[in-house]
Ligand binder design. Structure first.
Ligand code: HEC
Ligand code: HEC
Length: 227
């Protein structure tokens, strides 16, 4: 719980407490697919949306609502009468406050068994990807870090999502979508053309690095470097 308070303190300009509270209610129907804590599911068929920078969540919801990004399962939930602009902001604020630890937390004697169960349910470790971690790190540093952040936790001011702790199968699907121009094709999309020069092997190596640093990146996401 201390962790959530801390996040609220470091994000005061983006996240107001009232938005977070209202956003929790807005999130209700989303949980059926994205899980109780925004952890996603089915190996990435439903992406993790917990811990995303609010600017990215807001942008994505608008893209779905305006049908600029294809997402059949979500279209009904993003109809304007279901999800107002205010709702989008609130749910984005709420999701940004959820951190999913990669390790089972230390329990206190006062934690009930229900508390313990709820804490265990938040733990998310995505599967490792085989590849050249060193090359992946170098590619990431050169081609991705300035927008997605040094530890790939995303950057709100760039509207760029976290890549660490996201399901690799989901990320692969998005690589394909970007390369085919099904996503990020608009002239002003920062991802436009970014992946084109990279081979499948280079992207696999990036995934190998991302999935190798998840513990460090998420536990110490306020620090700016990863060993
Ligand atoms: C019926 C299932 C379903 C429901 C309900 C649903 N989603 Fe989704 N959502 C998906 C799927 C599937 C995707 C991935 C689409 C793709 O592959 O591009 C997705 C993608 C997203 C993304 C983009 C994530 C990323 O990293 O690219 C966001 C943000 C999101 N959903 C938020 C929400 C919110 C907020 C709600 C509730 C208002 C919601 N979703 C309800 C199925 C659902
Ligand atoms: C100039 C800034 C910029 C650079 C450089 C950049 N990205 Fe992105 N990336 C973004 C933004 C902004 C989005 C959200 C775009 C959207 O939804 O259309 C994004 C989205 C993504 C997504 C979708 C994730 C999700 O949850 O939906 C993936 C995957 C991705 N980037 C991978 C990469 C990789 C790998 C690199 C380096 C090879 C990279 N990006 C370089 C800005 C950037």
């Amino acid at each position: 719980m201390a962790r959530r308070v801390l996040l609220l303190l470091v994000l005061p300009t983006v996240v107001a407490a009232q938005n977070v509270q209202d956003g929790k209610d807005v999130y209700g129907p989303c949980a059926a697919c994205h899980g109780a804590n925004g952890e996603g599911g089915k190996g990435g068929e439903y992406p993790r949306i917990a811990g995303q920078p609010p600017a990215f969540t807001l942008f994505s919801l608008k893209q779905f609502q305006e049908r600029k990004r294809k997402n059949l399962p979500m279209f009904p939930y993003t109809e304007p009468r279901e999800l107002s602009e205010r709702d989008m902001k609130d749910v984005a604020a709420y999701l940004a406050t959820i951190s999913l630890p990669t390790k089972v937390p230390e329990f206190k004697d006062s934690d009930s068994s229900l508390d313990r169960l709820l804490m265990m349910e938040r733990v998310l470790v995505v599967p490792r990807v085989d590849g050249d971690v060193r090359k992946g790190k170098a590619t990431y540093r050169k081609a991705c870090a300035k927008c997605h952040g040094p530890t790939a936790m995303g950057r709100d001011e760039k509207r760029a999502p976290l890549l660490v702790g996201q399901y690799p199968d989901y990320l692969r699907r998005q690589f394909d979508a970007f390369k085919k121009g099904e996503r990020g094709a608009e002239a002003d999309d920062p991802m436009k053309g970014v992946l084109d020069p990279l081979s499948d092997q280079e992207l696999t190596d990036v995934l190998a690095w991302l999935t190798s640093i998840q513990e460090d990146a998420q536990e110490k996401d306020s620090e700016l470097t990863v060993p």
